[in-house]
Design a protein around this ligand. Structure first.
Ligand SMILES: Cc1ncc(COP(=O)(O)O)c(C=O)c1O
Length: 392
């Protein structure tokens, strides 16, 4: 077998996501795409804002030196400066442009940071439920993902995090607003976390970094998303335009390193070299220019609120146990009957597709990606009701 053993294992361990994807294709072929309500993918349903499309056309039709050329691995200087001003404002700190490195989406940015920070066997700590690609990203660079349970209602369990920190902990990764729960961690919790990390850093004699994965920062329903850079010096924000501009296929993101971090300069040099040696070389050129021209503009976020309000109260009326998402376009209810796999199968019989909670490290729940057309939500409710009755 030519395939590397660990990749064979990765293929096997991600097989249920593939199975879901294949089930979706099969059901759509069998019953017609319009009959299937597919809530399985976090692919934004809204078109990119007009300002982005116009900026892209403008940039594509302009000629400027180095338009399609290699550039510094960190990205265009003017784009980094624009992002630094915008992110610094959102995070409540002064962020120099030298501390921004452009990336190929948040996924690319996280791989760059993990490669820059992890020694073999180092641990990445994440609170459940979480985006499980973190496990693969950590393993890509010799690290190990260590997950910790959350409190009821999905807030961070600071005692559990404190217990998980060891001399092997290189970083804690935090995703707020959270995929899959939609939780925004409150400022008081984050202040507490900063204290836990400072204590563990002293105790173990090793700086523990806090990496904030924030691609959903712009998708919120009123609750503010506190800036982590102002709360903890050894922190890094990684984000992208995938969700807020509805351009996940364009692979544009960024990394911001806190100037207060003791290793900030070395970390930036590391991130730049990792961008190169991971083969990204630099973030997509024209996308950098187009996104920088419309910072702060987003897809129509009111539409996600409408979809949430169409779905969540209706599910509660049926009897689902659900914490309303404060951000993102995901809801993470308890699986009626307690078995997420059995429940997801019961829903499939109703031609409604969702992802079992164990795909996010939490059995007994399921994720609904409600970034779909409103009529799919309306049509799905009978299926949600039938599956609820079958499983309870
Ligand atoms: C929590 C989280 N982090 C990172 C990513 C990767 O996003 P990107 O498309 O910017 O690579 C996703 C994508 O769904 C996500 O949900």
């Amino acid at each position: 077998m030519a395939l590397a053993r660990h990749i064979g294992q990765t293929v096997a361990s991600s097989s249920f996501i593939r199975k879901m994807f294949e089930t979706g294709i099969r059901l759509k072929q069998e019953y017609g795409a319009e009959k299937v309500c597919d809530f399985s993918l976090g692919n934004p349903s809204l078109p990119p804002p007009a300002a982005f499309s116009e900026a892209l056309i403008r940039v594509a039709s302009q000629s400027f030196p180095g338009k399609h050329a290699y550039m510094p691995n960190a990205g265009y200087a003017d784009v980094r400066a624009a992002i630094a001003g915008w992110v610094g404002k959102a995070q409540g700190i002064d962020l120099p442009s030298s501390h921004v490195v452009m990336s190929c989406g948040a996924g690319g940015g996280l791989n760059v940071i993990f490669k820059a920070l992890l020694n073999p066997g180092d641990e990445v700590v994440a609170s459940l439920p979480c985006f499980m690609e973190y496990r693969f990203y950590a393993e890509n660079h010799g690290g190990v993902l260590k997950t910790v349970p959350c409190k009821p209602g999905f807030d961070l369990d600071l005692d559990a995090i404190a217990k998980a920190l060891t001399p092997r902990t290189a970083l804690v990764i935090l995703n707020s607003p959270n995929n899959p729960s939609g939780t925004i961690y409150p400022e008081a919790t984050l202040q507490g976390l900063a204290g836990v990390l400072a204590d563990a850093t002293r105790k173990h004699g090793r700086t523990i970094y806090l990496v904030a994965d924030e691609p959903y920062r712009a998708i919120t329903y009123g609750q503010p998303v506190p800036g982590l850079l102002a709360l903890y010096p050894h922190s890094i924000v990684v984000s992208s335009f995938s969700k807020e501009l509805s351009i996940p296929g364009e692979r544009l993101g960024w990394i911001a390193v806190n100037p207060a971090a003791e290793d900030a300069a070395a970390l930036i040099d590391g991130a730049v070299v990792c961008t190169r040696i991971l083969g990204y070389v630099n973030a997509p050129a024209l996308m950098q220019k187009a996104a920088a021209a419309c910072l702060g503009v987003t897809a129509d976020m009111a539409a996600y609120r409408r979809k949430r309000d169409l779905l969540c109260p209706a599910l509660k009326r049926i009897g689902y146990d659900l914490v309303e998402p404060a951000g993102t376009f995901y809801a993470f209810p308890k699986a009626p009957g307690g078995d997420d796999l059995a429940f997801v199968e019961a829903l499939q019989k109703q031609l409604v597709l969702v992802v079992p909670g164990r795909g996010f490290g939490m059995e007994g729940y399921f994720r609904i990606a409600y970034c779909v057309d409103d009529d799919i939500i309306t049509r799905s409710l009978a299926g949600f009701e039938a599956a609820f009755r079958e499983c309870t």
